[in-house]
Design a binder for this molecule. Sequence first.
Ligand code: NCD
Ligand code: ZN
Ligand code: ZN
Length: 345
Amino acid sequence: MTQSLTIRRPDDWHLHLRDGAMLKAVLPETARHFGRAIVMPNLVPPVVTGDDAAAYRDRIMAALPEGMSFEPLMTLYLTEDTDPVDVRNAAESGLIKAVKLYPAGATTNSASGVTDFDKVRGVLETMAEIGLPLCVHGEVTDPDIDIFDREAVFIDRVLDPVRRASPGLRVVMEHITTAQAADYVRAGDETLGATITVQHLMLDRNAMLVGGMRPHYYCLPILKRRDHRDALVDLATSGFDRAFLGTDSAPHPTHKKEAECCAAGAFTAPIALSCIAEVFEAKGALDKYEAFVSLNGPKFYGLPVSEDTLTLTKGPAIDLPTKIAAGADTVTVFDPGQPLHWSVS
Ligand code: NCD
Ligand code: ZN
Ligand code: ZN
């Protein structure tokens, strides 16, 4: 029986670090384990230009505690006014590694996102030409579409047409939550990848809604039925090399989660690697763990695999952190609802 796992140092291909006191509080939780992360640009106001991204990267590096190593992989927030020349320059200088598409109004801080895809055609053409990935929050915002169907409808109505109209465009389907998305990424070619979160691999919507409503499990895209979760676990643990860990660790102050109108997002960074190990072990797939957390992401993004290693050790159930301080607020850490046995040493 495997009791210890030494792997290349993992990366997080979808992460929210926020800014200010929150950034300072949550950054060490990621940098303790992960070597790099694709940093989401949905600040208020969003990270829109190359200059914005350079300034945000400097704030992240300034917030990194002495002695920790971490490389933020910056992204730009796609708006209908995004300048293709700025995108090209920011990519060619090595500053940004992706552009993020939020359909306007789809999720936390997405008000400046895209409504009319014709307006971003030029940017997408530039990105296809230079091989810069488009990271996509894949949900429609049509009020007539049920929240549980918004991802599947997005694939048919938006994602597939956009990919057909922009041949060669590299796309990452972020935080996929459905069997339809798992099937779509499997059927795609080498230009299509997908990230999967901790919570979507561990939980279904019953965990959020049965016996009381658990706000810390509320994130977008919303948790789905059990069979969708099973499809995601199958994809992640199969060794399929275009699926990789993107925790979507998304901190909000506890008072904004435990509220009449709860903010969307789960803060998983401190325990993400332990959670994923538990999922892979339950499937008898620990031999595929390193590919999912450390190898597939760099391969898709065309980046080198980490030279550092990290060891996970199996033991008695670990004590789970509950809250961390962030300025005057606290952030509540995701509770997986089951004991975790793998700790990072
Ligand atoms: C994210 C956030 O809080 O920024 N929330 C979430 O529920 N996933 C936004 C996002 O990734 O959609
Ligand atoms: Zn999202
Ligand atoms: Zn996110």
